[in-house]
Design a protein around this ligand. Structure first.
Ligand SMILES: Cc1ncc(COP(=O)(O)O)c(C=O)c1O
Length: 366
């Protein structure tokens, strides 16, 4: 069976490193926001090449706290895409913001400069862009410039794109803030929940360190409204420091698997993403097919798991009831019906990769 992710193989491969990191924390007996957190924050800021990193409890909190830290308030309009499974919307809703949905490009699955310009003309105070599936948004530099000129905040959701590079810069360094998740299956993942916000602004950085801990300016003194308890634990931070040096190599292996898929899958009933360079860290390898459910069933019958990222556009989610019933984003809706994710992670063997390729090629399309 080829799973969509395989953390037991990862654990077997890195057991020694993991044991050492956890032992270090047990020896220190410091469990929340201690020296491991500080170390990882400075290592990750250096990796992304920004001035500050503030770790929080998970990637969704990273988005919510980023919105609070830049000063957004209830009733503010915030632009986001609708093809990334409600993560950014969850943050927007948490602060009482109003989501303004942007469509994505059919080929890249990503937001475009044009869509951002339209959202800005609709009066948004902030734009959240998602580097989806590990692909850096090609126009991110131009998007950052247009937002700056318009006085609109830019938040990059980098939860699927740790280490992706565009125009010689890592994603997360273009916007006012970059948000990351360290969920175990991410390109850089811990063994539990974790998240981070990176920024070049010392003001935003300081505000974030207060917001993640009740709004404290010092112990037990709550000076900042909107505070939360959203701290990372020392075990996760120690594991993230342990895994960070492996990240570039893991990304290379993911990209290598993705290019093998694109070069060797020849079935004409699927549309494949192009072979890409360091702007893609292959968090997910996502193809398209009008018959994706049949392909999914076929793959399952030969022991290959796949997934759908994501089946429901945000504005069609049941929690919104009829609120967005007037809205139709053609590309987002088409993608929700056609996308299918193949297994693509560093622990896959060459035999696994070959099996996936032959299975897709052997799929007898109806
Ligand atoms: C694009 C994106 N944004 C945000 C998140 C939220 O991260 P977390 O699950 O750590 O809250 C995820 C997690 O899957 C994600 O893929």
């Amino acid at each position: 069976m080829i799973l969509i992710n395989n953390l037991s193989t990862k654990m077997a491969n890195y057991r020694h490193d993991v044991n050492e990191a956890i032992a270090r924390v047990l020896d220190s007996s410091e469990f929340i926001l201690g020296s491991e957190t500080k170390n990882f924050e400075s290592q990750f800021a250096r990796y992304i090449q920004v001035n500050h990193c503030c770790c929080v409890a998970n990637g969704t909190d990273a988005i919510e706290l980023a919105l609070r830290a830049i000063g957004l308030q209830s009733g503010d309009k915030i632009a986001t895409v609708a093809n990334a499974s409600m993560y950014s919307c969850t943050g927007i809703i948490a602060i009482g913001g109003i989501p303004i949905f942007m469509d994505v490009d059919l080929k890249s699955n990503l937001v475009t400069l044009n869509e951002v310009v339209t959202a800005i003309s609709r009066g948004v105070k902030a734009v959240i862009v998602t580097h989806l599936y590990g692909q850096a948004i090609p126009e991110i530099k131009e998007i950052a410039e247009i937002c700056r000129t318009a006085g609109v905040f830019l938040i990059e959701d980098c939860a699927q794109a740790h280490g992706a590079i565009v125009q010689n810069r890592k994603v997360g360094s273009f916007g006012d803030v970059g948000c990351f998740s360290f969920y175990p299956t991410k390109n850089l993942g811990g063994l539990g929940d974790g998240g981070a916000i990176v920024t070049n602004s010392s003001k935003i950085g300081k505000t974030l360190t207060q917001l993640r801990q009740y709004g404290w300016s010092e112990k037990y003194k709550v000076e900042l409204a909107g505070g939360r308890n959203s701290r990372i634990d020392e075990i996760q931070a120690s594991l993230l420091s342990t895994f960070l040096p492996y990240l570039n190599g893991w990304n290379d292996r993911r990209r290598e698997i993705a290019s093998q898929y694109t070069c060797n899958i020849t079935n004409h009933h699927v549309i494949l993403p192009p072979v890409r360079g360091s702007d893609y860290v292959a968090h997910l390898y996502v193809l398209r097919s009008k018959e994706r459910n049949s392909l999914r069933e076929f793959l399952k019958s030969v022991g290959i798991m796949s997934d759908i990222h994501y089946p429901i556009p945000d504005y069609c989610q049941p929690i919104f009831e009829n609120r967005f019933s007037h809205l139709y984003l053609p590309n987002t809706e088409q993608l929700a019906k056609e996308v299918l994710t193949l297994p693509c992670y560093p622990e896959m063997t060459q035999t696994d990769v070959d099996k996936v390729i032959s299975a897709v090629n052997n799929w007898p399309n109806p």
